[in-house]
Design a protein around this ligand. Structure first.
Ligand SMILES: NC(=O)c1ccc[n+]([C@@H]2O[C@H](COP(=O)([O-])OP(=O)(O)OC[C@H]3O[C@@H](n4cnc5c(N)ncnc54)[C@H](O)[C@@H]3O)[C@@H](O)[C@H]2O)c1
Length: 256
């Protein structure tokens, strides 16, 4: 099989039913992983199952990553099901509403921080002890180019994705000496529901899409599969010396 082998590896993936999560699950399943897929209570998994296949190696569970009891429960359930956790893709995230700071709805800020910061922190809180016990493992947190610069109207999301880089660096320093690598991925705009929502918030969805695409050196948005590719690399043994880093996958957007 091309790419990094995931044969026998146990992968836990949050936000699994979204655009990037589904592409990542599909890729990792093709490469031999056993996947414990996590998404919101009430998730309809039909499209996920169709896209990912490999039924006997893929389990799904429902958890709200903002609730500590749910996080503990999905980590325990993954270990019950597959015995350990080798790779954790801490991917669930929301974009929140598009609002300038003078109009900021604090509930919106709290909601975005709850998923994108608290959810990511709590995921690591419960997964790391499993990896410490094993003496190995890799965590890939989901940041964004929104973690590397500002963007008008997106304070909650921008703040949260900057925080993911800080959490990644801190976790890498704590976990590195114990044999665990922690990195994050920083995608640029990806063809997805999330970018549609952000572009709609900016006014005219089509012209916002075009303006963003033309600001990218490669002249286009990325695909969920292109993000899944770097997630797979960072979670694999091929990335054996990568720890505490952030990795853009943005068509050259942040090279400018
Ligand atoms: N789409 C992009 O352009 C883009 C760019 C950079 C970074 N990202 C990041 O990539 C990740 C995935 O984005 P996506 O495009 O697949 O978005 P998406 O909305 O398609 O998927 C996100 C998934 O997370 C789940 N989720 C949200 N809140 C949750 C909660 N409280 N508990 C459990 N699950 C929850 C959703 O149900 C959804 O399935 C996010 O962290 C996002 O911020 C996306």
């Amino acid at each position: 099989m091309a790419g990094q082998s995931y044969d026998g590896k146990v992968v836990v993936l949050t936000g699994a039913n979204g655009a990037i999560g589904m592409a990542a699950a599909k890729l990792m399943a093709e490469r031999g992983a056993q996947i414990f897929a996590v998404d919101m209570p009430g998730t309809d998994w039909a499209a996920f199952r169709d896209a990912v296949g490999h039924e006997n190696k893929v389990a799904t569970t429902e958890a709200d990553v903002t609730r500590e009891a749910d996080v503990k429960a999905y980590v325990d359930a993954a270990v019950d099901r597959f015995g350990t956790i080798d790779v954790f893709f801490n991917n669930a995230g929301i974009e929140g509403k598009y609002q300038t700071i003078d109009e900021l709805d604090i509930e919106n800020l709290e909601k975005v921080l709850a998923v994108n910061v608290k959810g990511v922190a709590m995921g690591m809180k419960y997964v790391l002890p499993v990896m410490y016990k094993a003496g190995s493992g890799a965590i890939v947190n989901m940041s964004s180019v929104a973690g590397l610069g500002g963007s008008p109207g997106l304070l909650p999301y921008i703040t949260s994705k900057h925080a993911v880089i800080g959490m990644t660096r801190t976790a890498a320093l704590e976990a590195g000496p114990k044999g665990i690598r922690v990195n994050c991925v920083n995608p640029g705009p990806i063809e997805s529901r999330m970018m549609d929502s952000i572009n709609t918030g900016q006014g005219d969805k089509t012209s916002a899409h075009e303006a963003t695409a033309s600001s990218i050196a490669m002249g286009r948005y990325g695909t969920p599969e292109e993000v899944a590719g770097i997630m797979a690399f960072l979670g694999s043994d091929d990335a054996g010396y990568c720890n505490g880093g952030f990795y853009t996958v943005d068509g050259g957007l942040t090279a400018a």
